[in-house]
Write a protein that binds this ligand. Structure first.
Ligand code: MSP
Length: 521
């Protein structure tokens, strides 16, 4: 069972230079499933997502499109990033934009505090800057360009030329925190997950840390440095602070104390910002470091990280228009071990939709509801103890085991394991119905009591599934809940005690939860 603590989960805030693809939607649904699950386990839960709107990358995109960066950001947020949350059915508690007043003034407050404490100094920097990454690059992170960039050095991630910058900047004394960071990784082995990500971060910090340039003066699209308005705050320094400005840092101490620290979910490409720079910033400010940083893998298309710039981007609606948001959520969270890369293919998605959602779960729910309708006039059978057998006890045990195993997996952020644990119950119930053959029992009035026991067991099992799957399949399980005639909403049920749900008395008809999808090609 869950404890009564609080749970604050975040996604990265997304650059508004372009529209979302399924890689971004993947992070959103993972955070949403963890939030819904924790909320249903009785934890004081908060899920934050939002957009990263400052910096040179956004400025250039806006300029290229002939509008101001603020206009560009407003349009992308309204037309693309907020609608994404509906497309994949995310129930976030807040949406922060780095252009929000509440964010900007507290970024300044944080910075001023670090400046007053002596953690910031003026220096000069010369280095190669990648605008795609919004980061200075080491020589080892660059490669020789090919094609139109032949003869130039390009960023290994974006394959675009880097720019040699020479600026007078403000610097954060990050180098002073290397030992404290190493001690943190040592004392809290789960601080960075998965283990491969942790190892990479530890060896990076062991090589020693440089101080970090945290301002830019050659353009002005950003938060102004409070003591020197000719500089704007470096976009990553600004962006990371969203996690605390959104929950009251600087102006609402009670709220801040209630929510912070957070569990961060990020793609592995931005792990270092979250596992190195961010905790060092918090340490300097005397604040708690995050609960943890989990680096998930990439969605691969044709073996490569899917990206718009490489023209492999797939819009989430391309999938949800055909398969629905539940299938989107289920597919990416069950087919990919959370933390590993995963290849996306339409064939795999269509095959799993049919085998697991339509035939495995959907059909099970439809059959059970239909049989209670046909054989009992929709009245939920009760009081069948005397006619129960070991097979019924086994199902009850699996309901409890699945409930416990799924919650334990979620508590370790292992979403795919939680779904697999739940699917044991789907398979067990399908096997049970095949073995018990209620349609045969229904032909013989002498075994009526046994028929009712079988239907009661199946009904109970399907209700437990509705609760356990509600974070992943919110739409389908809400429909199923109504058909089960159970009280309240499925989202109100305690998921860490899913097997103890309170049953209804009368079922009603259920449309297929996962209708057949016609091949479009
Ligand atoms: N704005 C920064 C984050 C600041 S957080 C303080 C940023 N934005 S982003 O829009 O470029 O990326 C956001 C997230 O999307 C990252 O976690 C990144 O890993 C993720 N993904 C981008 N492409 C992806 C895939 N192909 N697969 C999975 N996730 C992907 O970085």
């Amino acid at each position: 069972m869950a404890d009564a603590s609080s749970f604050y989960i975040t996604t990265p805030i997304f650059y508004v230079n372009d529209v979302p693809h399924i890689g971004h939607a993947y992070t959103e649904v993972a955070a949403d499933v963890l939030a819904r699950w924790n909320r249903q386990a009785g934890r004081d839960t908060w899920m934050l997502t939002g957009t990263d709107e400052h910096g040179q990358k956004i400025l250039r995109t806006a300029t290229a499109n002939g509008v101001s960066p603020q206009e560009w950001a407003d349009k992308l947020v309204a037309d693309a990033w907020k609608p994404l949350l509906d497309t994949v059915d995310v129930a976030n508690d807040d949406f922060i934009r780095t252009t929000d007043e509440r964010h900007e003034r507290n970024v300044q407050r944080f910075l001023q505090h670090l400046f007053d404490e002596g953690w910031i100094y003026t220096g000069e920097y010369e280095g190669y800057y990648c605008v795609g990454c919004e980061e200075y690059k080491q020589q080892s992170e660059l490669v020789d360009g090919t094609g139109e960039y032949e003869g130039q050095l390009v960023c290994a991630i974006h394959s675009k030329p880097v720019e040699l910058l020479h600026e007078k900047n403000y610097f954060f004394r990050m180098s002073a925190f290397a030992d404290r960071l190493l001690a943190l990784y040592e004392e809290r082995p789960d601080f960075v997950q998965p283990e491969s990500a942790r190892n990479e971060v530890v060896s990076f910090v062991r090589r020693g840390l440089d101080d970090l340039s945290i301002s830019r003066s050659t353009f002005d699209w950003g938060v102004k440095v409070p003591w020197d308005e000719t500089h704007v705050v470096y976009v990553w320094f600004d962006a990371l602070l969203n996690y605390i400005t959104a929950v009251g840092y600087g102006e609402d101490d009670d709220r801040f104390a209630r929510r912070w620290p957070a569990q961060h979910l990020v793609g592995k490409d931005i792990l270092r910002f979250h596992a190195v720079i961010w905790p060092a910033m918090l340490m300097a400010a005397g604040l708690d470091v995050p609960t943890g940083v989990f680096g998930h893998g990439w969605l691969l298309v044709g073996g490569e990280k899917m990206s718009k710039s490489k023209l492999t981007g797939i819009a989430p609606s391309q999938i949800t228009d055909t398969f629905g948001s539940d299938a989107f959520r289920y597919y990416f969270l069950s087919a990919i071990s959370f933390g590993q890369d995963g290849s996306f293919s339409w064939e795999d998605l269509a095959a799993r939709y049919q085998a697991e959602l339509a035939n495995g779960f959907g059909n099970l729910a439809s059959r059970v509801i239909a049989m209670i309708g046909r054989y009992c006039g929709g009245a939920v059978p009760t009081g069948t103890e005397a006619a129960r057998t070991e097979a019924d006890e086994a199902i009850r045990r699996i309901e409890q085991e699945a409930t416990d195993a799924a919650w334990q997996a979620i508590d370790r952020l292992q979403i795919h394991e939680a779904i697999a644990a739940t699917w044991r119950l789907v398979d067990a119930l399908n096997g049970y119905i095949t073995e018990q053959e209620p349609w045969v029992l229904a032909k013989d009035e002498a075994v009526r009591a046994r028929l009712e026991a079988v239907l009661e067991t199946a009904y109970h099992g399907v209700g437990t599934l509705a609760v356990l799957l509600s974070p992943v399949l919110p739409k389908a399980t809400a429909k199923l809940w109504t058909a089960l005639g159970a009280p309240g909403t499925v989202q109100e049920q305690r998921i860490d005690r899913a097997h103890e749900w309170s049953v209804g008395t009368q079922t009603s008809a259920l449309e297929p939860l996962f209708p057949r999808v016609e091949a479009t090609e």
